[in-house]
Design a protein around this ligand. Structure first.
Ligand SMILES: *Cc1c(COP(=O)(O)O)cnc(C)c1O
Length: 402
């Protein structure tokens, strides 16, 4: 193998099948309705809350499970002027599907085909000296300046440059910009504790960011787009807004700070609704153990409903005996273990439910339905993980005016 040849970056992301507009759900085990109007409205509301700052909508992870391409268009319709993904392949997939807005990507390894990225008019993050060097080399092969955002670690302790690496990169980037190889359009960083607005690290990171901007200016760089705020910072900390905010989870109508308030509190609306159909409903005597290892035992004569979703679909196995669902307006909790493809509800003796009836797994807070946040709270994780892991076996629908 020629080790100098970059691996072709396939412009695809794992994504669920999409049901045609107006498709019936009869005969489906489960489906997710994605309300693109809610996403546009959420972006508009976030933009209003961001004041003069522009909105860069974060659509990594298949748009947090909502679908990369439709969400890209909905975010732009709502007023986002920039899009962001983690992996380069996600950015290439969006371009290949006709998304024309500026797109920033911040996760690619040494040897990635950056010339292809630049030909696709992507904005590349430079968070390490090797990345700056490889971007410059790629720009020389394409013959036009590479648009970059410098990624600074102000104290998250994750990606981005700091200390001597950062100092050297500021000098190199200024030189490469003067040579016409780079356009240093932006500079950004990311908080460790944005969801705890009073945490001392928030203020400390902002002070480091301000110092880095001053260092950049001394090196001869004045990036036009300075950005720091994710959803939590956007909603709770206006002093972090700078020129652009970078919300992800909130554009999907989920609260990044559920202890402070849910979506309604922030003027947001959940965009994802997950529904399943009961596969069977059967009578069951008291004292019956339910599902693997019999982690649940019926306490009375009852009826059992079989839900055709499991951990292969992203339902956390940790939600055994914990995950919330609703049938005919009544709340239930998973009975026993979540299996790979199925789980059980103890519906009660008087339930009118029958095979084929709908089970709401993720609905709206405002309607009193189970939410992604409820699932997250039940198992000790965050709403991000619940929606992002919803698997490709659950087809997505994009109903008009959902
Ligand atoms: C994921 C991510 C975001 C979006 O964060 P939310 O909390 O979903 O708003 C912003 N910036 C970076 C660097 C990220 O990795």
């Amino acid at each position: 193998m020629d080790r100098s040849t970059p691996h072709p970056q396939t412009p695809t992301v794992a994504t669920a099948s999409v049901l045609p507009e107006g498709a019936s759900t009869v005969g489906l085990s489960a489906w997710a309705d994605i309300d693109l109007g809610a996403i546009s409205a959420n972006v508009a509301e976030l933009s209003r809350r961001a004041g003069d700052a522009d909105v860069m909508a974060v659509i990594k992870g298949d748009a947090y499970g909502h679908g990369l391409v439709p969400v890209a268009h909905a975010a732009v319709a709502g007023g986002a002027t920039y899009l962001a993904v983690a992996q380069l392949t996600e950015a290439l997939a969006a371009r290949a599907a006709g998304v024309t807005a500026p797109i920033l990507t911040w996760l690619f390894p040494p040897g990635a085909d950056l010339a292809a990225a630049l030909r696709a008019d992507l904005t590349l993050s430079a968070g390490a000296p090797w990345a700056l060097a490889e971007i410059a080399a790629a720009a020389r092969t394409t013959g036009s300046p590479a648009r970059i955002h410098l990624k600074v670690d102000t104290g998250l302790g994750r990606g981005g440059a700091w200390r001597e690496d950062l100092a050297a990169m500021l000098v190199d980037a200024a030189r490469l910009q003067a040579e016409g190889v780079l356009d240093v359009e932006g500079i950004f960083s990311h908080f460790a504790y944005a969801d705890a607005p009073g945490h001392p690290s928030v203020r400390a990171q902002q002070e480091v960011f301000a110092a880095v901007l001053a260092d950049a200016e001394r090196a001869g760089l004045r990036p036009r787009i300075r950005h720091l705020a994710n959803s939590a910072a956007l909603l709770t900390n206006p002093s972090s807004h700078y020129d652009m905010v970078r919300p992800g989870v909130s554009i999907y109508g989920l609260s990044p700070v559920p202890d402070i308030g849910g979506p309604t509190h922030f003027g947001l609306r959940e965009a994802m609704r997950v529904t399943a159909r009961l596969i069977s409903v059967k009578d069951c005597p008291a004292g019956q153990g339910i599902s693997y290892a019999h982690l649940y035992t019926t306490t009375q004569d009852t009826r059992l409903g079989l839900v055709p979703l499991g951990y292969a679909d992203g339902i956390p196995r940790h939600a055994s005996n914990l995950g919330p669902m609703q049938v005919h307006g009544r709340r239930y909790t998973v009975a026993g273990r979540v299996c790979m493809d199925q789980m059980v509800l103890d519906l009660g003796a008087d339930s009118p439910a029958r095979a084929g009836d709908e089970v709401v797994l993720i609905g709206r807070e405002a309607d009193g339905e189970p939410t992604a946040q409820d699932w997250a709270a039940a198992i000790g994780t965050i709403n991000y993980e619940i929606v992002t892991r919803l698997g490709p076996r659950v087809p997505r629908r994009y109903p008009e005016g959902a």
